[in-house]
Write a new protein. Structure first.
Length: 453
């Protein structure tokens, strides 16, 4: 990473941040069940904070680590090449995926909490703040922060109550909702990606608005940028004359891929259209097979292309080859793929989820749908079909300009400002009041509705 001026809050020096990532690997293969937008966020935010001169200790699960401290030398070298010297990678000896029972989840949380405390005790400089991602990391974070007398911030990325409301049914174990409520109540700040998420945290989790900080996500505008469509289609084997709709995401019911396929199947055959699906875990082959099987009775044949999982550095080729990105999610906390598409000059079609109302507020950005029903998605596809012959490089440039408002550097600066306020508040309050213990006495008592102690 190239050098740049140090970027600290006025009158303050660099922060040392303990960043906990217990659920997914920030450098794991994207598009799998447990690696998606959260992995991108943690990776890019860590790199942006480090480039500003702050120090990030990144705590990541590693079942292969014997001592729980660091990975192999070649891994450390590759990490330093990616993040630079200000990111310190700490491997925690446990898996990266949430276990099934609250007891197992608590053991994972305890392992991460111990790693944070041990790293603090062995380092020359103390942490300034603990920053946790997802509810399992949050359980570890509130405990470690309490033991060390530090302020704690959490970003949930997805919220169980909102998924349930969007899908109309519970999709998570009750203990997850209990854990989220505990973490939200015991954290000094909850980081939300949108104003709508901040409001939801108040409605569903009773978090006071003053304890919610809104920090929109960012996009790597150097990686995602407009490129030659003809060249991209030639390399990917796509027809030069087709209207190409692109879906990017995990094969998770909440992403609504079934609705995209349903809508696409209703397009008139006179329209030379293709639907390209990017994403999927090799372990999810049955799901991929199910989607292919769903296409067969509709005689979609080669009109639907399943590319499987694609590395992020190659994802830009698929954006370049497509005409529009189609989003059909029931729920999104932000929707990073929409920002990546806009940065690539691509129009976006999607419902009012995550940041889409803001990202698609200008007509040239795409088409904001009323909902994610197949009928409404079809309407969006047909509306874009009318605009398709009039697409110009100037329109792509305007979309990119919209995305350039959302850089990771800008997000990191905003986050650091909130951290500084939180630290100042904590220092004023710490001498007068300590927060209550957090249920780590060998019991999973965060889980009040599962029937377990």
């Amino acid at each position: 990473m190239g050098s740049r001026p140090m970027d600290f809050p006025k009158g303050k020096g660099p922060l040392r941040i303990a960043l906990i990532c217990a659920h997914s690997h920030p450098l794991g293969p994207l598009g799998r069940r447990d690696t998606g937008g959260m992995s991108v966020y943690i990776r890019e935010m860590s790199r942006a904070l480090a480039s500003m001169g702050h120090h990030v200790d990144l705590f990541v699960g590693d079942g292969s680590s014997e001592d729980g401290r660091q990975g192999p030398l070649n891994v450390k070298e590759s990490l330093q090449a990616y993040f630079g010297p200000n990111v310190h990678w700490v491997s925690v000896p446990c898996g990266t995926v949430a276990r099934e029972t609250p007891e197992d989840q608590m053991r994972t949380a305890q392992a991460f909490s111990r790693a944070v405390v041990q790293t603090r005790n062995s380092a020359g400089r103390p942490f300034d703040v603990v920053f946790s991602h997802y509810w399992l990391s949050g359980l570890a974070g509130i405990h470690a922060a309490h033991l060390l007398g530090l302020p704690h911030a959490v970003m949930f990325h997805t919220l169980s109550a909102l998924k349930t409301a969007a899908l109309g049914r519970a999709v998570d174990a009750p203990c997850r909702l209990c854990a989220e409520r505990l973490v939200a109540a015991q954290s000094h700040r909850v980081i939300a990606a949108t104003d709508r998420e901040r409001e939801a945290l108040g409605t569903y989790y009773a978090v006071p608005q003053r304890r919610v900080a809104v920090v929109p996500c960012g996009v790597d505008v150097h990686l995602f940028r407009p490129a030659c469509r003809l060249t991209a289609r030639s390399r990917l084997g796509l027809s030069q004359d087709a209207l190409v709709f692109l879906f990017v995401g995990r094969l998770d019911p909440v992403k609504g891929l079934d609705r995209v396929v349903d809508a696409f199947s209703r397009l008139p055959r006179s329209i030379p259209a293709r639907l390209v699906v990017v994403g999927g875990d090799p372990a999810e082959e049955p799901l991929m097979h199910a989607f292919r099987h769903r296409s067969e009775p509709r005689d979609l044949g080669e009109r639907v292309v399943f590319s499987g999982r694609v590395e992020q550095h190659r994802l830009r080729e698929w954006y370049a080859a497509a005409d529009a990105l189609v989003i059909a999610s029931h729920y999104e906390s932000f929707c990073l793929v929409a920002l990546e598409a806009l940065a690539s000059g691509l129009a976006v079609i999607g419902p009012s989820v995550g940041a889409l109302p803001e990202l698609l507020s200008q007509p040239e950005a795409g088409i904001l749908l009323r909902d994610n029903t197949p009928e409404e998605i079809l309407r969006g596809m047909l509306a874009f079909r009318q605009r398709w012959p009039h697409e110009t490089p100037a329109a792509a440039a305007r979309r990119r300009a919209l995305a350039q408002r959302y850089t990771w550097d800008a997000a990191a600066r905003r986050l650091v400002t909130h951290f500084s306020h939180m630290i100042d508040e904590h220092l004023r309050q710490w001498a007068a009041q300590r927060m209550a213990p957090h249920g780590f006495g060998g019991r999973s008592d965060y889980c009040r509705t599962s029937g377990r102690p």
